[in-house]
Design a protein around this ligand. Structure first.
Ligand code: SF4
Length: 246
């Protein structure tokens, strides 16, 4: 976990250099692709990128996916961001009829009881809205970093995202976890208080939990789908209570 503190601090020269290169990439993306949007997850990296975009590359659009199941702290964070920067973030919602049909078929928390249902919930609350959100843009910005996974270690800063049909720009690839928090502290940025309670990443409330020291960062997501539990046929001790009757 990060040891988050707020209060103005100077950035070291190495981080200043990374900031400059990240800003240059964002500004170049606008020149190269015209319309650019940032898919803001509202996690720690997003606080950095939102700050860089709204202060130094304001032509870039920012949106976030409001799945309808976010933590209350996340909605409060959204409001704090809008107040701080005096800008409105574009909120993309799932299609209401799709949500209604899914809940009618699976129950309000049906994602806990069936992997296919969980994936279809993610599809209608995240994947379809994301595709809608980036439609018509020349490029989209991500907050991925090289050190986050072996796959992400291979990502170039700019590439064509063939699956979505537009360019993808990753301006903070070479930032470390400590860089992200050093920037947040130095600038006194707002961030989700759940990070201080053991949440390395923050998604939908029912599908994200805090992690224990030593656990993988992704262990807090869809934890009931734990591979070991499935293989031995036992339910995870963290599995939610039994499904309510239909
Ligand atoms: S994370 Fe959970 S609540 Fe959110 S879209 Fe996926 S299954 Fe649904």
């Amino acid at each position: 976990m990060a040891q988050q503190k707020t209060g103005a601090q100077a950035l070291n020269a190495q981080l200043e250099d990374k900031v400059s290169r990240s800003v240059a990439l964002l500004q170049q993306a606008v020149r190269d692709h015209g319309t650019v949007t940032y898919s803001c997850s509202l996690g720690a990296e997003s606080m950095v990128l939102t700050d860089l975009i709204w202060t130094q590359a304001p032509a870039i659009d920012i949106f976030t996916l409001d799945t309808g199941r976010l933590h209350e702290q996340t909605y409060t964070l959204l409001e704090m961001l809008e107040r701080r920067y005096q800008r409105r973030m574009r909120l993309i919602h799932p299609q209401s009829q799709a949500v209604e049909a899914w809940v009618a078929a699976n129950g309000i928390n049906g994602f806990y009881y069936d992997v296919a249902a969980r994936k279809s919930c993610c599809h209608l609350r995240k994947i379809e809205p994301f595709a809608r959100a980036i439609k018509g843009f020349g490029a989209w910005v991500t907050g991925v970093r090289h050190e986050q996974s072996a796959d992400r270690a291979q990502i170039p800063a700019v590439e064509f995202d063939a699956a979505n049909g537009l360019h993808k720009v990753s301006p903070i690839l070479d930032w470390t976890h400590d860089d992200v928090w050093a920037y947040i502290r130095a600038k006194g940025l707002v961030y989700n208080p759940l990070h201080d309670q053991g949440f390395p990443s923050i998604g939908c409330s029912p599908c994200t939990r805090a992690i224990e020291p030593g656990e993988d960062n992704r262990a807090g997501r869809w934890w009931w789908e734990n591979t070991d539990s499935r293989e031995c046929g036992l339910q995870s001790r963290a599995r939610p209570a039994a499904k309510a009757p239909a």
